[in-house]
Structure formats: structure tokens, C-alpha cells
Design a protein around this ligand. Structure first.
Ligand code: ZN
Length: 338
């Protein structure tokens, strides 16, 4: 042994026994953006046994100020985040078996992806994917260490450590709205690191066997406000994701259209699954009489409907501009396309 973890073992609440447990852990990092980069680096340095990191995007210049695993050459090389993350994490600590997966996490693949892991750490940037992961984690009995940040504000909450605690679905109505939508006001790296640090601290406590009750923690590094909230009372006895009668609604593969609120834009994206026919030309012809300002080319159609600018792409994506409300977007599309 080279003493790589000796200072961590010296920390009494972890000790040699805790380090052994950390060493045996298989962790799943959902997203290799800002939070995922930061969490993954800390967990790899801490010496977990295996780490899987999943992301669908490539690295862009706008990522570099806060996504600590990446450098300028990665942008030049147009590398997928999961590929560059694996390379960097393996260089940091060769003891850890790192797997990088370039994929979009969906109801179809989420359960298979997280199977075999001891915990999931949240590095995503939108509520839809968090709710999907929440349901998958609840179903599999795998703890989910939620984290989110925007601007200078961040919050974290470990889910699924005890049956009596609320899940993300239970808390949906009470969480601050900035968690519900993507970034429109920018973000500073200190809140990324702070939020990821809290997530990873909760992971290390969990792996070491600490028993303190999970709390929702939030911080605004600009105003200096911090809070620790006991949300135990917010557990819903009829929650479809964590109560005795569970339907896991966000895992329902029949809910065929995926949705996302786009970062930095007042826009909802709806995506038809590959299994459903999406013939742009036929659809454009069918809506012609109902919309205004219709313009089209072989790749997309743009129109105005119900006060919203709508873009339909040939690959099955539909952008509804002028709203961040997914339900409203779905209603608009249902009234347009049926
Ligand atoms: Zn719940």
C-alpha cells in the first residue's frame, strides 16, 4: 500500500473500516456536467471501487468555467463528456474501475444502467431526468443523492436512505422553482463545488455507516444564506413513487413522449420516441390550416400556434417556445397534433 487514503482513514468517523466500505462501493454518476464532474473527481480520489459515469453531450467552450474534468483540448477534439471524464478520472486514480457511457438516460434503459450499483449521485440539469432517476432508484432500492444548482444557489438531499423519508416526487411542490427549470441566469463554479461537496459528504457518511437523519441542505453563496431543512414531514402517504402502493409513473414506457425544458431558453422540447412514426411532411400538411406563418424546408417546419412559436424537426423533436411549463407544452402539442 502507498498510503493513498491514509489521511482519509485518519479521519475517525471513516477509519480503516469505513475506507474498506468505500473501496467496495460501486457508484453511478448520472451526468458528467458540472455537478457530475465535481462529484466523480471527489469519489475517485476517495477510492471507491467502481464508478460509472453517463452523459449524452459533448464538451463545449461554455462548459469549461465550471466542469472541472475538462480542458480546452477536449473541446477542440469534440470529445463526449463521458469519454473525456473516464480518461481524466482514470489518470487521477488508477485503483478505480471507471466506466464512461455515452447515452441518453430514458425509461427504457435507466433500470439496466443503474443495476449493480450501490448508489446513484445526481449530476443532471433538469427535473424530468431527476424524477426518472428517483423512480428507478426507488424501484431498485438504491439510494439517490440528489443535487441541483443554478446561479449562486444550490441544494442537495439524499433520497432512499430510509423508508420513512420523502422522495423527490413527494417534495416536488415544495422545492424552489429554480430547481424545476434549467439555467436561465447562469451559474458560478463555487456553488457547483459546494453542492457536489455536500452530495459526496452524504455519500461518504452513508458508505461509512453514519446514521444521521437525511436533511435537505441549501445555500446561496452570493447572499450568504444557508439552510438545513428537516423535510421528514413532507413524506406523502399516497406518493406513487415511494408509498406502499407504487406505480413509478416516470418509468412508464407508455408515456411515449420525452420532455425537457431547454437550458437558457423559454422553451420546452418534446421528443417522439423512435418507435413512433414522425413524418414531418404529413404532419406539416395536417396542421397547415390550424397554424399561421408556416415555413418549411426539408429539415424542419416553423409555425405560430396558440401564441407560441413552434418548431418541428424531422427527427421527431418539437420545440415549443414561450413556455417552461411542460404540461402546457404537452397540451399545446396535443391540441395541435392530437
Ligand atoms: Zn415519494
Amino acid at each position: 500500500m502507498n498510503g493513498k487514503y491514509s489521511r482519509q482513514e485518519l479521519f475517525a468517523p471513516i477509519g480503516e473500516e469505513g475506507q474498506r466500505k468505500i473501496r467496495n462501493a460501486k457508484v453511478f454518476v448520472m451526468g458528467a456536467g458540472a455537478l457530475g464532474s465535481s462529484s466523480a473527481e471527489m469519489l475517485v480520489r476517495a477510492g471507491v471501487g467502481e464508478l460509472t459515469i453517463v452523459d449524452r453531450d459533448i464538451i463545449e467552450w461554455t462548459n469549461l468555467h465550471r466542469q472541472q474534468l475538462y480542458a480546452e483540448q477536449d473541446v477542440v477534439d469534440q470529445l463526449p463528456k463521458a469519454v473525456a471524464a473516464k480518461k481524466r478520472l482514470t489518470a487521477i486514480n488508477g485503483d478505480v474501475r471507471v466506466t464512461g457511457i455515452v447515452a441518453d438516460v430514458t425509461p427504457e434503459n435507466v433500470e439496466e444502467l443503474i443495476t449493480g450499483h450501490d448508489l446513484v449521485i445526481d449530476g443532471t440539469d433538469n427535473i424530468e431526468i431527476r424524477l426518472l432517476m428517483n423512480d428507478a432508484a426507488m424501484k431498485k432500492g438504491i439510494p439517490f443523492f440528489m443535487g441541483a444548482c443554478v446561479g449562486s444557489y444550490g441544494l442537495s438531499f439524499p433520497i432512499g436512505l430510509e423508508d420513512s423519508q420523502p422522495c423527490l416526487h413527494c417534495l416536488l411542490d415544495t422545492l424552489p422553482s429554480q430547481m424545476m427549470t434549467c439555467d436561465t441566469v447562469g451559474v458560478i463554479s463555487p456553488i457547483v463545488v459546494t453542492t457536489a461537496a455536500r452530495q459526496v459528504a452524504d455519500v461518504l457518511k452513508y458508505l461509512s455507516g453514519a446514521t444521521s437523519a437525511p436533511k435537505l441542505e441549501s445555500a446561496d453563496l452570493w447572499s450568504g444564506e444557508r439552510s438545513t431543512i428537516d423535510v421528514q414531514a413532507l413524506k406523502k402517504t399516497d406518493c406513487p413513487s415511494c408509498s406502499d402502493v407504487r406505480t413509478y409513473p416516470f418509468l412508464d414506457k407508455r408515456s411515449t413522449i420525452r420532455t425537457a425544458v431547454l437550458c437558457g431558453r423559454d422553451t420546452v422540447q418534446l421528443t417522439y420516441p423512435a418507435s413512433r412514426q414522425f413524418e414531418l411532411q404529413a404532419i406539416t400538411e395536417s396542421i397547415e390550416g390550424a397554424v399561421t406563418n408556416l415555413k418549411r424546408n426539408p429539415h424542419l417546419a416553423v409555425c405560430q400556434f396558440s401564441g407560441h412559436r413552434i418548431v418541428l424537426f424531422r427527427d421527431g423533436r418539437i420545440l415549443i417556445h414561450g413556455t417552461k411549463d411542460i404540461s402546457a407544452a404537452k397540451r399545446i402539442m396535443a391540441s395541435l397534433l392530437g
